[in-house]
Design a protein around this ligand. Structure first.
Ligand SMILES: *[C@@H]1O[C@H](CO)[C@@H](O)[C@H](O)[C@H]1NC(C)=O
Length: 312
């Protein structure tokens, strides 16, 4: 189908978050700060896990993968948002908009599978410690890695297949600061009821479903840890609480954005901002500052780096 025939829209206009000058300045300072901090924090985690052989275990490989995805989460929407903040006309091309939707859903899908893999990893480590190395073998890690990207890609392409040929005949104002399906679909000049249902079913129930699976498995693990109380259990509980925090931080806004039937309130915009800017930053902070091995490894890496500089 030739899109130019039925589509008069070649670009979309963002309303943005606010018109107030003070809030814009505040948003600019906060979002750029968190953006830079989360890029640095997550890169540091990836470097530490890659170069520190003490951290070459499934848990840290998964963590490094999560950090890599968080680099993507921060970069899909926030640089454009920061760039747009002080511009009068915040526009994005049609293909730019589709690209944002495409990457948001790949990244979201990969992150979900990684979080489930991390929960599985903790389940095996805590409930079947004697079989940990056989179950979480390198093959299993690579399986999770491939599964995450395959599922993310399929999830994203399925969603796009439904919307790529939607007719747009005029309205092109998105009351948001980035392109995503709920508001994008509303602009099409056709009956979109079924498509909206598809988005809720696909993104909404997947996020809600994964969230419930994760919560149930974490509760199960916590109960198991409590039953076999030993010296290791408090460390296990602290690792678990870290994971549970990350899961809630990621899924909370996600579930609201996709299952709330009326994307008209401003709440979902700010929740999306939270997921785009704050969550990747908090992930890196949570995993470094609440994890002793990680802190030790970072210190080790720093001192090696300093020694290396002295020698050369
Ligand atoms: C992601 O996981 C795979 C499989 O374990 C691993 O080989 C790879 O190094 C990880 N990626 C990063 C960025 O650490």
């Amino acid at each position: 189908m030739d899109r130019t025939n039925n589509s008069a829209v070649s670009e979309f206009v963002f309303v943005g978050l606010t018109n107030s000058w003070e809030i814009q300045v505040l948003l600019f300072l906060c979002t750029s700060m968190f953006y830079v901090a989360s890029m640095m924090g997550n890169s540091l985690i990836i470097l530490t896990v890659t170069f520190d052989s003490y951290l070459h275990s499934p848990m840290y490989f998964l963590l490094a993968n999560l950090s890599f995805i968080d680099l993507g989460v921060s970069s899909v929407t926030s640089p454009k948002m920061i760039y747009d903040l002080f511009r009068k006309r915040k526009v994005i091309s049609f293909s730019g908009c589709i690209t944002q939707i495409f990457f948001i859903h790949i990244i979201g899908g990969v992150e979900m599978v990684l979080l489930i893999a991390m929960a599985f990893d903790r389940y095996v480590a805590i409930c079947k410690p004697l079989h940990y190395l056989t179950i979480m073998s390198p093959t299993m890690c690579i399986f999770f890695f491939i599964a995450a990207w395959t599922i993310g890609l399929i999830h994203s392409m399925v969603q796009l297949a439904f919307v790529i040929n939607l007719p747009f005949c005029g309205p092109n104002v998105l009351d948001s600061f980035y392109c995503d399906l709920p508001r994008f679909i509303k602009l099409a000049c056709t009956d979109t009821y079924q498509l909206e249902f598809m988005v809720t079913a696909n993104s909404g129930f997947i996020s809600l479903g994964s969230f419930l699976i994760l919560m149930v498995s974490y509760v199960f693990i916590v109960v198991t840890v409590r039953k076999h109380s030993s010296g290791a259990s408090s460390k296990a509980l602290s690792t678990l609480s870290t994971h549970i925090m990350v899961v809630i931080l990621f899924f909370g806004p996600c579930i609201f954005v996709y299952t709330w039937p009326h994307p008209t309130s401003h709440l979902d915009k700010y929740l999306a901002l939270f997921d785009a800017v704050l969550t990747p930053f908090l992930n890196s902070v949570i995993y470094t500052f609440r994890n002793k091995d990680m802190k030790v490894a970072m210190r080790r890496m720093c001192s090696q780096f300093i020694m290396y500089k002295k020698i050369s």
